[in-house]
Design a protein around this ligand. Structure first.
Ligand SMILES: O=P(O)(O)OP(=O)(O)OP(=O)(O)OC[C@H]1O[C@@H](n2cnc3c(O)ncnc32)[C@H](O)[C@@H]1O
Ligand SMILES: [Mg+2]
Length: 172
């Protein structure tokens, strides 16, 4: 099976390759068609679905996967949120959400000013390209959970639902 991921971010590609370990996994740049810093679950999920749909359309018979990171507000705190979508060649769409943790107020304030988390977390962690590596989730979990591992869990949820759907279809 060939899988096309709507990103060239190594943290995302690594996650898909880890779960679809017997499949060909390619990454391409696609538009999420949402803001570069999604600010709620709905927008983050929409970005993931848009990316997956775009990928599924590129070649006949391929599976498209979209992974999107964002933030969402809950009871006066801003949380990291992450969503994934898998769209197959029959346009079946499977979605899954990832772990969420609250962000410190100093980070939330910068995001509320309109900055992107990717930029803010580099300053905070005095790192470069944190989003391609451990991610904000890695920084705030002492790297117990990194961005790739967090996305891998989402991809596992997508793969499981996809397999379940086709296992039931076989029973019909
Ligand atoms: O190339 P793409 O696939 O777009 O990868 P990205 O790192 O930009 O990731 P997203 O677009 O999915 O994330 C939306 C924004 O949130 C930021 N972001 C989300 N989660 C993050 C994390 O865990 N660590 C660092 N930045 C994160 C990211 O840098 C973007 O500004
Ligand atoms: Mg992005």
């Amino acid at each position: 099976m060939k899988i096309i991921v709507g990103s060239t971010n190594p943290a995302k590609l690594e996650a898909v390759q880890q779960i679809f370990d017997h499949d060909q996994v390619d990454g391409i740049e696609v538009s999420s068609k949402v803001s570069s810093q999604p600010f709620c679950d709905e927008e983050t999920l929409e970005g993931a679905i848009n990316r997956a749909r775009e990928c599924a359309k590129t070649e006949k018979g391929v599976v498209g996967i979209g992974l999107e990171g964002g933030v969402m507000e809950l009871e006066n705190d801003l949380y990291l949120c992450n969503w994934g979508a898998l769209v197959d060649s029959e346009e079946n769409t499977f979605v899954a959400g990832g772990a969420r943790i609250p962000l410190p107020d100093s980070i939330a304030n910068e995001l509320n000013k309109g900055k992107e988390l990717g930029e803010v977390i580099d300053d905070y962690a005095k790192g470069e390209n944190v989003r391609h590596n451990e991610g904000a989730i890695g920084v705030f979990t002492n790297e117990l959970v990194n961005r790739s591992g967090m996305f891998a869990h989402i991809v596992q949820l997508l793969k499981g639902q996809y397999e379940f759907y086709y296992s039931k279809k076989g029973d019909e």
